[in-house]
Design a binder for this molecule. Structure first.
Ligand code: KG4
Ligand code: ZN
Length: 337
């Protein structure tokens, strides 16, 4: 079964064709990063307008690259939330128009479930159950994937997402947007023990995260230095901040996996590209006799292939959407409307 999928929930305009949920035939991604960079973050209205102008071309490119026509496609998958509502609606109305005109099924996909499904593309043999750490610009969740359709959220951030903290700290350090890759790179030349930023573990028996206190601690450190006219080493700040985030993510994920007796861990979302996270989670998992999976960086950040994979599992489990499918900015994991 070949699914043409569309992802426009934020600032990537992406179209993919995925076969049987596991094989990528094409995965075209147009990133608007250059456009939003000068504002230091994504401007929703600008994102929507660029989706409108770029999406038809990206669809053509995807068909051309896979040497398929719309007639060869069996269904249309589309992200319907969570995300920026205007941006979501561009992808949704396009998907609906294609599905309606071809008389083919329309399948709504939850963006976070899509991020998790990126692991199915990377590891064709991977099957649930497994525990996933989903860390992106908008989300930090620990999700137990019981089967292809059953997601249990065991922990979540109570304030900022991990990626949001990376983006904010990068901005104040003048390292640019998006912040994750910039901090990751700066940290390679910094000392992670230079500044003792707090590790916010909250209740040790629960698996929720909190990053706003750490963000404030970094801002206070920078303000204090400025008031005393002292120099700041941005690489040391980046490395110390990154270590504080990653240590907490690793401790919580491993503790959560242990508490439910789960030996398979996956990671998903943009922050799972982080080199320190990959290294430290890999070591911790090995020490505990657990297996760690994570997709290639191109499948960690927003892309339509992950949406095509999840759409397949929704469809074969009897889920088809109708033309009333709406864009829901705060869509809860495991729900469709
Ligand atoms: O999954 P994603 O593309 O979009 C959302 O659904 O939010 O994630 C984007 C986030 C941004 O906050 C970006 O700074 C972060 O992922 N990110 C990273 C790295 N690469 C991207 N964070 C830390 N280290 C990285 N190497
Ligand atoms: Zn995302």
């Amino acid at each position: 079964m070949k699914i043409l999928s569309i992802e426009t929930s934020c600032d990537e305009t992406s179209v993919a064709i995925v076969e049987d949920g596991r094989k990528i035939l094409t995965n075209r991604i147009y990133s608007q990063i250059d456009i939003h960079q000068k504002y230091g973050g994504v401007v929703p209205e600008i994102a929507s307008r660029n989706h409108v102008t770029k999406l038809p071309y990206i669809i053509d490119e995807a068909l051309e690259e896979s040497q398929l026509t719309l007639a060869d496609v069996d269904a249309i998958g589309v992200t319907n939330g969570p995300g920026l509502v205007g941006a979501l609606l561009i992808g949704l109305s396009t998907a609906k128009a294609i599905a309606y005109s071809l008389g083919k099924p329309l399948i709504g996909v939850h963006h976070i479930e899509g991020h998790i499904a990126a692991n199915f593309l990377q590891y064709p043999e991977l099957e649930p159950p497994f525990l996933t750490l989903v860390v992106s610009g908008g989300h930090s969740h620990l999700v137990l994937v019981e089967d292809y359709q059953t997601f249990k959220v065991l922990g979540r951030t109570i304030d900022d997402a991990a990626g949001e903290a990376f983006d904010k700290i990068s901005r104040v350090l003048g390292l640019g947007y998006p912040g994750g890759p910039a901090i990751d790179a700066a940290a390679q030349n910094g000392n992670p023990d230079a500044i003792p930023f707090p590790r916010v573990l909250l209740d040790k028996t629960k698996y929720d995260f909190s990053f706003s206190g750490l963000k404030s601690a970094v801002l206070n450190y920078l303000n204090g230095k400025k008031m005393k006219n002292e120099d700041v080493n941005p690489n040391d700040v980046a490395a110390s901040f990154q270590m504080a985030v990653i240590e907490v993510l690793v401790i919580k994920t491993i503790a959560c996996a242990k508490s439910i007796g789960m030996k398979t861990i996956c990671m998903a979302g943009g922050v799972s590209c982080n080199s320190l996270l990959r290294q430290m989670m890999g070591k911790a998992a090995t020490d505990e006799g657990m297996t760690l999976h994570y997709p290639d960086p191109i499948l960690c950040t927003d892309n339509a292939a992950m949406i095509g994979s999840m759409a397949y599992y929704n469809y074969i489990n009897g889920e088809e959407s109708d033309l009333s499918l709406n864009g829901i900015p705060g869509l809860k994991i495991g729900t469709r409307q």
